[in-house]
Ligand binder design. Sequence first.
Ligand code: ATP
Ligand code: MG
Length: 286
Amino acid sequence: MEQVLRMALQAKGRLNEGSLKLMDEAGIELVIGRRNLVSPARNFPLEVLYLRDDDIPQTVAYGAADAGIVGENEVLEKKEEVRIVKRLGFSKCRLSLAIPQQTLYEGKSWFNGKKIATSYPGILKDWLNSNGLESEIHVINGSVEISPGIGLSDAIFDIVSSGSTLVSNRLKEVETVVTSEAVLIANPNLEAAKQAVLDEFIFRLESVMRAEGRKYILLNAPNEKISEISAILPGMKSPTVMPLAESGWSSVHSVISDRDFWEVIGQLKRAGAEGILVIPIEKMIF
Ligand code: ATP
Ligand code: MG
């Protein structure tokens, strides 16, 4: 019998949308019952278990779920035995120390003897130890950023992405301790049949992620310009060149990355390319 891979996802919050989008891009159709804790997939041997993100590392480590999608920050904090199988590139943030804006900061020793509010005591303790610092850690779950303002702490250790929350609470970021993004984690002792399902899931994710930031390009060029144009286009292998009905002309197809898109287009035009078409790519399979 085929094994069903049980995947833990955040039920609601900042990781939920990105996680469900990945399922969708991997072609996995979930039977969404809003009230259900578990939703099976219609067309793939997988079921989703919806949890709070705090509980995902432990659930995967204990094998109540086989895999999960969670912020790397939670994996580092919880120190459960899980494998990080893939970094997913969304929900990027960092865990930083911040202090009131007007406070003079001359280095890490500032934190000695200070009270720091955080929801990440484990990561903070490790950082303080490795820097030989002694501070008082005050654990709060939620709205950490208001605690210096109301006199609960001298500093905070919290998630930062744009930094706007810090600014609106008159805080400044002084040390970045770790960076984080959503990661796919798995139980370290998956049985072979479940590992095979996970491998297929990863293969699909990679095909989608590889296509991100790339475009398919088609253009027409006189035959004598083809080698010059091919040199401009990197592509997966070498570009595809096909003769046009009009003699002496060919159609050239390739893949280019968004990063050097306008640069490449300029070079192609100067090299004599005409009728350039650029098309989005959904997936790339190697
Ligand atoms: P839960 O109810 O599941 O416990 P939560 O309130 O603990 O949710 P969220 O705020 O939904 O957590 O954040 C989930 C994860 O998203 C964080 O652990 C972190 O990895 C990432 N994250 C948090 N804030 C941001 C942000 N501002 N920008 C990008 N990623 C973020
Ligand atoms: Mg949480």
